[in-house]
Design a protein around this ligand. Structure first.
Ligand code: FES
Ligand code: FES
Length: 162
């Protein structure tokens, strides 16, 4: 067993885990944070995307022990005080999901995009989400959802922008 200590959504967890345990299984099965999905076994779908120290990472591609000492944000950590994150709101308002399976990963990737590039073009949005596959929407409303969030985050006061 190996020891892992991580901060997830602002809370610190310490566990002894098998060295081969993948981060996505740690989040889902050990911590019970099942909002991070598993959509493939080939590291292609992006449903498992989380932020590790602010970088979007497919959590099925790293071992839990490799995340030791890091700060992780999952979909469960985005809403604050009962208020949806602007990207979550965008998906809601623009119908950016159908079955919803890809949505947590899409949203985490979009959050990172907007942190780096607050005013992305449509092409930049599509490029940033290339690693996230959706079987339902045809992506159009997903792009609109990210554009909605970008606009909202830009018009929000700096204190409200997260
Ligand atoms: S579960 Fe598909 S990329 Fe991680
Ligand atoms: S909404 Fe179903 S996979 Fe994207």
């Amino acid at each position: 067993m190996s020891h892992v200590s991580v901060t997830v959504n602002g809370k610190t967890y310490q566990n002894d885990v098998e060295p081969r345990l993948l981060l996505v299984h740690y989040l889902r099965d050990v911590l019970g944070l099942t909002g991070t999905h598993i959509g493939c076994d080939t590291s292609q779908c992006g449903a498992c995307t989380v932020l590790i120290n602010g970088e979007s990472v497919k959590s099925c591609t790293v071992f839990a022990v490799q995340a030791n000492g890091t700060n992780i944000t999952t979909i469960e950590g985005l809403a604050k005080d009962g208020e949806l994150h602007p990207v979550q709101e965008g998906f809601w308002e623009e119908h950016g999901l159908q079955c919803g399976f890809c949505t947590p990963g899409m949203i985490m990737s979009a959050v990172q995009l907007l942190q780096r590039n607050p005013n992305p073009s449509e092409a930049e949005i599509r490029h940033a989400l290339e690693g996230n596959l959706c079987r339902c929407t045809g992506y159009h409303n997903i792009v609109k959802a990210v554009q909605y969030a970008a606009k909202k985050m830009q018009t929000a006061s700096p204190a409200a922008a997260r």
